[in-house]
Design a protein around this ligand. Structure first.
Ligand code: PLP
Length: 387
């Protein structure tokens, strides 16, 4: 193994420094380790950044998505429309409510759910539409919201990879009834594990608050007699610790800088990759949609280099990659086994699962790293395209 940091550009590397360490140390020295003032401060800062009326911290994005659907009344026998190309959490959230995820193929230009196919998938059992802003590029929220509104269906936005992304200048997560964010280590900001649900709907946000904390009828600060409460709902413990929230507050202060660096790196990479024949590079903008540049996602041409071999050769030359996502979700062992989805139903998601890869553009990537990523990629692309 080499210790030369020049040699390895990982896909993700969290930006954590002295401020985050001091903030956690302060929490550890104090009397409140969970559901306290740091959590409330993180929620306030996050609501301000996204212009959401309400923000609720959760243990991660998966639990936020689960609570959003459950609080909207999704139950056994219901259907939830979900894109075929997404993180497994988007579908598991519906499944955990006892509902059936009904998968819909994505648009080849963006990787986002195809609104026309959504319209065709709505049935009498449909209870909600889950949209996912694929690797940070917002979905067509004009088409999706008008469709959802005309059918009276709530939309939940999976914004796990889309912190900082906008559609027509409005932050994602604020179009649907709820938007859910992730603070997993590779995301735009991290709290180690963590999530946030935003909503413009006060009763929904209140329900989510209750459900993330056991279903207590009174929060800690609402109890007149200390320790005395009743339980009026079947809740979970999906809360965030004060240490995680303290890190989140520090990270939010650095987010504008992180986003700027991501945008610059992604622009350099997209421009360089655009000269390679046959390579499809997913865009930073699409109509009113403006990406948060979670990564630079490319789709290798049909009959082109083998994706797995290609990313292994990049890996050998020190360029870390990721795959979003290695399986079209309806064709995963669990969902295919349970519901019998077929590959022909999802031609675009299947192609992306087979031929796409994601390059790093996060703040740990410097300008010289971008040049190295481009050179390495182009070299292997030309060589493996010929064979
Ligand atoms: C990361 C991610 C999730 C899961 O988030 P966790 O915080 O790890 O639960 C869900 N959906 C998408 C699109 C993601 O990128």
């Amino acid at each position: 193994m080499s210790t030369d940091s020049e040699r390895e550009i990982p896909f993700g590397r969290p930006q954590l420094g002295e401020q985050e360490r001091a903030a956690v140390a302060a929490v550890l020295s104090g009397p409140i380790l969970t559901h306290g003032p740091k959590g409330a401060e993180f929620e306030d800062v996050f609501a301000r950044f996204t212009s959401a009326a309400h923000a609720v911290t959760t243990s991660n994005c998966t639990t936020a998505l689960h609570l959003a659907l459950w609080a909207l009344g999704v139950r056994s026998g219901d259907e939830v429309i979900v894109p075929a190309m997404t993180h497994v959490a988007s579908a598991h959230a519906a499944e955990h409510c006892g509902a059936k995820p009904v998968f819909v193929d994505v648009d080849s230009a963006t990787g986002n759910i195809n609104p026309e196919l959504v319209a065709a998938a709505v049935t009498a059992r449909t209870k909600a539409i889950m949209v996912v802003h694929f690797v940070g590029l917002p979905c067509d929220m004009t088409a999706l919201m008008s469709l959802a509104d005309s059918r009276g269906l709530p939309v939940v936005e999976d914004c796990a990879a889309a912190l900082g992304a906008g559609f027509g200048g409005r932050h994602v997560g604020t179009f649907g009834r709820a938007g859910c964010f992730s603070f997993y280590p590779t995301k735009h900001i991290t709290t180690m594990e963590g999530g946030m649900l935003v909503s413009g709907d006060a009763p929904l946000a209140a329900r989510v608050r209750k459900l993330r904390a056991f279903g207590y009828n009174k929060a800690l600060n609402e109890r007149t007699v200390p320790g005395v409460y009743d339980v009026d709902a079947l809740g979970h413990n999906f809360r965030m610790s004060e240490g995680a929230a303290a890190i989140g507050v520090c990270q939010m202060a650095r987010l504008p800088q992180f986003l700027e660096t991501r945008a610059r790196n992604a622009a350099t990479l997209r421009e360089g990759l655009s000269t390679l024949p046959g390579l499809r590079v997913l865009p930073a903008r699409h109509g009113p949609a403006c990406s948060s540049n979670f990564c630079v996602n490319v789709v290798l041409p049909d009959g082109g280099p083998d994706r797995d071999e290609f990313l292994m050769s990049l890996q050998r030359d020190g360029v870390g990659t990721s795959v979003h996502y290695p399986v079209a979700l309806p064709l995963s062992a669990y969902y295919r086994g349970k519901y019998g989805w077929q590959a022909e139903q999802f031609p675009e998601a299947s192609r992306m699962a087979r031929q796409s890869l994601s390059l790093p553009c996060a703040p740990h990537v410097g300008e010289r790293d971008c040049q190295r990523i481009l050179e390495t990629f182009s070299q292997h692309y030309r060589r493996q395209g010929e064979s």
